[in-house]
Every structure is written in C-alpha cells, then in structure tokens.
Design a protein around this ligand. Structure first.
Ligand code: IPE
Ligand code: IPE
Ligand code: MG
Length: 233
C-alpha cells in the first residue's frame, strides 16, 4: 500500500468544537443562561467564518446533545428558537455562509416543520465543497446504535470499519483532526465517540462566547506542534 505523504496526512482539515460554557458566561454577568446561548451563536458564526478564511474543509460543532433535553424547558426552548433563527438566516443570506450544512443527530424528534427546514437547508447547500456539520440532538452512543440498526435494516450480515463509518451521521465527512473543548471541562460528553479515535484533543478554560479567532489560532498552532503517530513510531 502506498504511504500517504506526511504533509498531506498532517494537514488540518477538520476541526470539531465542543462549544461549552455559555451558561457560565451568562451567570458571570448576572444574566439568564439563555443569553449565554445567544452570544454563543455569535461566537459560532465568528469561528465558522474564520475557519473558512483559513481554509478548513470541515467544521463540526456540538450544539445540542441527546442529554441536553434534561435542562429546564425554558432553556431548551430558547436553544430551539436560536436554531430555527439560524436556519432561517442561512437561507436568507445564502452568500454569507459558504458551507454545505449537515445536521448530525436524530431529527425524528423534531416537529415536521423544524425537520423540513433543516433538511431544506441541507439540500440547498449540498453543492458546496466545504462542510459545516451541526450536531443537534446528537449523541455518540445514539449514533452508534442508530448505525447498527440501519445496517440491520439493510440486511447486513457482516460489517467493516468502512461500512460502519458510512452508516454514521458523519458518513460524508472524514474524521476530525482536532477536537477543541471550551469551558474548562476535560471530557468528551458523548461527542464523536467513533470518529475521535485519533483526533488531537485541545481543552481551554475560555468560555465559548469568548472564544474567537485569536483563541482558535492558538489551538491550531498547538496542533501543529503535536506528533501524530496513528499507532506507528
Ligand atoms: C454549551 O454551554 C451549550 C450547550 C450545551 C447547548 P452550556 O449551556 O453547557 O454552558 P455551561 O457549561 O453550563 O456553562
Ligand atoms: C456538551 O456540553 C454538549 C454541548 C456542547 C452541546 P454539556 O454542558 O452538555 O456537557 P456536560 O454536561 O458538562 O458533560
Ligand atoms: Mg456545559
């Protein structure tokens, strides 16, 4: 088998973000948690633009987990509203967001209208070369179980790593090279369990609404100091 050239293998193509710390950011300012999410969306838009400017091919963000339904109803509703608004904005300003948008997660729990709007955005952006994956009602375990059931339904008698990867929500994306978690906690919280196998992990205490291009550049600089061995020497 031909070895992939080192430069190609080590290039940063896919960054995934665990956008954590919105609630604490708001609390520090004496604001309700919902405001933190509002500023979190602004930070997200800034980061997506920066990723585009520096040529990142795939950006994945963890926006709402399968466990986040445990939060107070008011907060959950605020997050759903923000997502609806974001989807509408993407459609209204197609030229601004030059990414193919894909939603990762189980959409079947959403009402028909929200689900249709999400799918419509996926369809109208699908010709674009860069990808923005938005993990929304996403859980790594849910994804794995969902993939198993999909393969069973298709009548698979045997799976390979490749066929399994293709049954995941991320079927269209390569694995993340770098996973960044803001907010100071050192855990994965059910994010990209399968895909994170050889991702570089970067944790920062910066709360998500404060995370900007400068902080991202620092993470990328750190990424390029890492030696990725993929099990080799
Ligand atoms: C991350 O921020 C956003 C979501 C999980 C939707 P949090 O809301 O978890 O913020 P903290 O961790 O409570 O500060
Ligand atoms: C992870 O953050 C989920 C998202 C960023 C959407 P959480 O705030 O839900 O994670 P835990 O509860 O601290 O592990
Ligand atoms: Mg949190």
């Amino acid at each position: 088998m031909m070895e992939t050239p080192i430069e190609e293998r080590e290039r940063l193509r896919h960054i995934a973000f665990i956008m954590d710390g919105n609630g604490r950011w708001a609390k520090k300012r004496g604001l309700p948690r919902e405001h933190g999410h509002r500023f979190g969306v602004k930070a997200f838009e800034r980061i997506v633009e920066h990723c585009r400017d520096i040529g990142i091919e795939t950006v994945t963000v963890y926006a709402f987990s399968t466990e986040n339904w445990r939060r107070p109803q008011r907060e959950v509703e605020a997050i759903m509203k923000l997502m609806d608004h974001y989807v509408a904005e993407c459609e209204r300003r197609m030229e601004k967001y030059d990414f193919r948008v894909r939603f990762l997660g189980d959409k079947s729990v959403f009402d028909a209208e929200r689900k249709a709007r999400m799918e419509h955005l996926e369809t109208i952006t699908q010709h674009r070369s860069r990808t923005l994956n938005i993990a929304f009602n996403y859980g790594g375990r849910d994804e794995i179980v969902h993939a198993c059931n999909r393969l069973i339904a298709e009548g698979a008698r045997k799976v390979t790593e490749e066929s399994f990867s293709r049954a995941l929500y991320t079927a269209d994306s390569a694995d993340p090279d770098l996973i960044i978690r803001t907010g100071g906690d050192l855990r994965i919280s059910n994010f990209l369990l399968w895909q994170a196998a050889y991702a570089e992990l970067y944790f920062t205490d910066v709360l998500w609404p404060d995370f900007g291009p400068t902080e991202l550049d620092a993470a990328i600089e750190e990424f390029y100091t890492r030696k990725r061995r993929f099990g080799g020497v």
